[in-house]
Design a protein around this ligand. Structure first.
Ligand code: NAP
Length: 281
C-alpha cells in the first residue's frame, strides 16, 4: 500500500505559523481581511464561498462579500474591485470562478491584493521565474505537500496532466522553477498512459472523475491528485481512481483530505502576508 500524503497534516503545520502571524498582526491592531466577489448563483461557487468564509472566521480573518447577478455590467464589478483596491482595510481580493469578463476582472485586482495570483502581473512573475508576488494557491499547495513529505523535485521527471491557466500551466512553471524536468499533457496528448507511467511524480488536474488508473503509474511513482468531484453517491473523489492505484504507487494524495485541504490555507496565508506587508498603510 502506498504512503498516503495527507493534505490535512500539511495544513495543520501551516496553520500553526498562520495563527502566530495573525496574533502578531492583532497586537498591531491589524485584522486581515479578504474581499470575495461572486457573479451568478452557481452552487459550486456558493459552497466554496461559504467554506472560505467559515475558514476565515475560524482564524480571525475578516471577510467582505460582494455578489452580483449574472447580467451585471463589467463596469459595476470593476468599480467594486477598484473600491477594495483602494481600501487599506482589505488585504486580499478573490474572484470566484466561473466569471464573466474573466481576464479584465482578474487584471483589475491590484497585484499586491491578488492573493490567488489571478492577474497578469503575478502570473508574469511566475513565468519569468521571479520569486516575488503571489503564486496560484492550488499549484502552490501541491508544492507544499511535496516539500512537507521531503519529496524533492530537482532533476525529477514530472508529468503534469492538464494545461489550464489556473492549475496545469502555473503548476508546470513552479516545478520548472524548482529545477524539475517537466512534461505537460492535455486532451490532445497521444499515448498519455505511456508518458505518465514514466514519471517520477505525476500531477493530475484534468477534471475527469477517476480517469487515471494503475496503467498510468509505476511502483516508485508519487501521485498528486488535484481533481475534485462530487460522485452520484454524494461522496468526493479525484481525477485519479484512488482505490485502483493505491497499491501500485509509492505515494499518493487522497481526495478528500489531499490538495484541497492545503489550497484554502495557502490562500489565507497570502491574505495574512498581504496584511503584514500593507497593513496599517
Ligand atoms: P480545466 O480548466 O477544465 O482544465 C482541464 C485540463 O485537462 C485541460 O488542459 C484539458 O486539456 C485537460 N484534459 C481534459 N481531459 C483530458 C484527458 N482525457 N487527457 C488529458 N488531458 C485532459 O480544469 P482545471 O480548472 O484545471 O481543474 C482540474 C481539476 O482540478 C478539476 O477536477 C477541478 O475541480 C480541480 N481543482 C481542484 C482544486 C483544489 O484546490 N483541489 C483547485 C482548482 C481545481 P485541453 O487544454 O486540451 O482541453
Amino acid at each position: 500500500m502506498a504512503m498516503i500524503l495527507e493534505g490535512k497534516e500539511v495544513a495543520k503545520h501551516t496553520e500553526q505559523q498562520l495563527l502566530q502571524e495573525i496574533e502578531k498582526l492583532k497586537q498591531n491592531h491589524i485584522k486581515p481581511c479578504l474581499g470575495i466577489i461572486r457573479v451568478g448563483e452557481k452552487q459550486d461557487s456558493i459552497s466554496y464561498e461559504k467554506s472560505m468564509i467559515k475558514k476565515c472566521e475560524k482564524y480571525g480573518i475578516e471577510t467582505k462579500l460582494a455578489t452580483f447577478l449574472e447580467n451585471t455590467t463589467k463596469e459595476e464589478i470593476l468599480t467594486q474591485i477598484q473600491n477594495w483596491n483602494e481600501n487599506s482595510f482589505v488585504h486580499g481580493i478573490l474572484l470566484l470562478r466561473p466569471l464573466p469578463y474573466e481576464e479584465e476582472l482578474c487584471d483589475a485586482i491590484c497585484f499586491t491584493k491578488d492573493v490567488d495570483a489571478m492577474g497578469k502581473e503575478n502570473m508574469a512573475n511566475l513565468y519569468q521565474g521571479k520569486k516575488q508576488g503571489f503564486v496560484p494557491c492550488t499549484p502552490e499547495a501541491c508544492m507544499e505537500i511535496l516539500e512537507f513529505y521531503h519529496i524533492p523535485c530537482e532533476g525529477k521527471n514530472i508529468v503534469v496532466v492538464g494545461r489550464s491557466l489556473t492549475v496545469g500551466k502555473p503548476m508546470a512553471m513552479l516545478l520548472l522553477n524548482h529545477n524539475a524536468t517537466v512534461t505537460i499533457c492535455h486532451s490532445k496528448t497521444q499515448h498519455l498512459a505511456e508518458i505518465c507511467q514514466k514519471a517520477d511524480i505525476l500531477i493530475v488536474a484534468i477534471g475527469k472523475e477517476k480517469y487515471i488508473t494503475k496503467e498510468f503509474t509505476n511502483p516508485t511513482q508519487v501521485v498528486i491528485d488535484v481533481g475534485i468531484h462530487r460522485t452520484k453517491e454524494g461522496t468526493l473523489c479525484g481525477d485519479v481512481d484512488f482505490q485502483n492505484v493505491v497499491n501500485h504507487v509509492h505515494a499518493i494524495t487522497p481526495v478528500p483530505g489531499g490538495v484541497g485541504s492545503v489550497t484554502t490555507i495557502q490562500l489565507l496565508e497570502h491574505v495574512v502576508l498581504s496584511a503584514k506587508i500593507t497593513g496599517g498603510k
